[in-house]
Design a protein around this ligand. Structure first.
Ligand code: ZN
Length: 411
C-alpha cells in the first residue's frame, strides 16, 4: 500500500526548513520520500491523502508519560477500589488521547507493563509506539513505596510488574534483571523524593551511589539505559555519577550538575507542566494537602533550574509526566519550554529529533526514507505559532505507520 500525503508545507525539525507545496510518500508503513512536490516523484498507484491547508511534521514524542495513571488527581480511596485489570485498561484510553494530541511515540516512565506496548503493536487498540520502564524502583519509604503508615500497601507486585521497592546492591541487581525479564526497554530509578508521594521530600536524595551504579551496570549488560526521577540536587548528582542516561524533572540543578550533564551528554526531561497540574487538581479538590504544599514549594525552583539548563545548552528532551496531568494535554509543555527561553524550533526538536535520539527509538522523529510513516498536520507553521501543537484540537491530522488515525475536517 502506497500513500501520498499532500500538504501546504512540510517542516523538517532537524534542519528547521519549511518546504512549501509538499508531499510525504509512505509505502508499507515507512516513508520513502518527503519534500516539495515539484522535486518528489509520486508513484502513480499511490492513494492520495488530502492535507491541504496543513503543515506536516514528524509525529511527536513524549519521553515521560504514565499511561496507567488516571491523570485526574490523586485519590487513595479510589486507588484502593481499583483492581489491577481496571488500572491496566486506563492505558487504552490514555494511548488514544495521546495519539490524538499528535504524539505517535512515548516512553512510559513506569506503570505500564510490556503488554501495553505489545497490544498496541499487535493492533488491539490505537496508541503510540512505546518504550516501557514497567516499574519505578525506589528505596523503602522512597518515591514509589506505596506502603502507608497504616500498614496498607498499594503496590502489589504483579507477574509483569515487579515490586518497586528495593534496598541494597545485590537486591538492586536482581530487581533490574526482573524488570528486564518483564519486558522493560528502560530502567527507571528514583534517586530523590517526589511531590505526589506522602512519605518523602523532593529535596532529599534516595538510593545510594552504589545501588544506582549496580542498576546502571545491570541495565548496560542487557543493552538498557537508566532514567532517573531526580529532583534533589544530591539525587541528580548521584544519578549522573553512577552513569544514568536521563534526568527526569531536575528541580534543583546547579552549575556542577549542569557541567556533569554537558560532559556526559545526558538529556534533561523537564516535565514543567507536572507541578501545574498538581496545583490545578488541588484547586479542584482532587489532591491530598501534602502534595499541594510540595508542588507550590517546588514550582519556582523548577523553573529556575530548567531555565539555567536551557541557557547552558543542556540537551532538553520533551516530557510531560502525563498521568499526573490528563492524557492528551501533553502539548501544553511546549508553551512552558518557550516561556523559559527555548527557541520554538528547539522545542519542536526536543519532541522529535532530540527525543528520538534520547530514548533510542529508531525510525521516529524525522521523515527521512526508511523512517516510520508517523506524520501530523497542523493549520499553519508551528515554528511561528507553537500553540498549534499545544492542544489536541489544533492537531488536525495524525498518521501512524501510514494509517490515518485522526483527521479533523477544516475548521
Ligand atoms: Zn513520572
Amino acid at each position: 500500500m502506497i500513500r501520498a500525503i499532500n500538504a501546504d508545507a512540510l517542516l523538517d525539525p532537524g534542519s528547521g526548513e519549511l518546504a512549501r507545496e509538499a508531499v510525504v510518500v509512505i509505502e508499507d508503513g515507512h516513508v520513502t520520500k518527503a519534500g516539495p512536490r515539484r522535486s518528489v516523484q509520486v508513484p502513480r498507484d499511490a492513494e492520495a491523502i488530502d492535507a491541504s491547508g496543513l503543515t506536516l511534521l514528524p509525529g511527536l514524542i513524549d519521553c515521560h508519560v504514565h499511561f496507567t495513571s488516571l491523570g485526574e488527581g490523586l485519590d487513595f480511596a479510589r486507588e484502593l477500589t481499583t483492581p489491577p485489570t481496571f488500572e491496566l485498561m486506563r492505558a487504552i484510553r490514555a494511548a488514544r488521547l495521546t495519539l490524538d494530541a499528535g504524539f505517535t511515540s512515548v516512553r512510559d516512565a513506569a506503570g505500564s507493563p510490556a503488554g501495553v506496548r505489545m497490544a498496541i503493536d499487535a493492533g488491539y487498540f490505537p496508541g503510540p509506539r512505546m518504550f516501557v520502564s514497567v516499574s519505578a524502583l525506589s528505596q523503602t519509604g522512597g518515591h514509589t513505596d506505596a506502603h502507608f503508615m497504616c500498614g496498607a500497601d498499594l503496590d502489589i507486585p504483579l507477574p509483569d510488574r515487579p515490586h518497586s521497592v528495593v534496598d541494597g546492591v545485590e537486591a538492586m541487581r536482581l530487581r533490574v534483571r526482573e524488570v528486564i525479564r518483564a519486558g522493560a526497554d528502560w530502567i527507571k530509578l528514583c534517586t530523590s523524593g517526589g511531590v505526589l508521594s506522602p512519605g518523602d521530600q523532593p529535596h532529599h536524595s534516595a538510593l545510594t551511589l552504589d545501588e544506582i551504579k549496580a542498576a546502571v551496570d545491570e541495565a548496560a549488560v542487557q543493552g538498557r539505559k537508566v532514567m532517573a526521577h531526580a529532583q534533589a540536587n544530591a539525587g541528580i548528582k548521584n544519578a549522573l555519577k553512577a552513569g544514568v542516561a536521563t534526568i527526569e524533572h531536575g528541580i534543583w540543578l546547579d552549575g556542577d550538575a549542569i557541567e556533569m550533564m554537558l560532559d556526559g551528554g545526558n538529556a534533561l526531561i523537564p516535565t514543567l507542566i507536572a507541578p501545574h497540574w498538581v496545583i490545578r487538581h488541588a484547586e479542584a479538590g482532587k489532591m491530598p494537602k501534602y502534595a499541594i504544599e510540595k508542588a507550590r514549594a517546588v514550582i519556582e525552583d523548577h523553573r529556575s533550574s530548567i531555565r539555567l539548563a536551557i541557557e547552558s545548552g543542556v540537551k532538553i528532551a520533551f516530557g510531560t509526566d502525563t498521568g499526573v496531568g490528563p492524557h492528551g494535554s501533553n502539548g501544553e509543555e511546549f508553551l512552558l519550554m518557550r516561556e523559559l527561553g527555548m527557541a520554538p524550533i528547539d522545542c519542536i526538536r526536543a519532541a522529535t529529533t532530540v527525543a528520538a535520539e534520547t530514548i533510542g527509538m529508531k525510525g521516529v522523529g524525522k521523515l527521512e526514507p526508511g523512517a516510520w510513516g508517523d506524520v501530523i498536520g497542523v493549520a499553519g507553521d508551528p515554528v511561528a505559532d507553537l500553540t498549534l501543537l499545544s492542544k489536541p484540537d489544533n492537531v488536525r491530522l495524525v498518521v501512524k505507520g501510514g494509517d490515518v488515525v485522526k483527521a479533523l475536517s477544516a475548521a
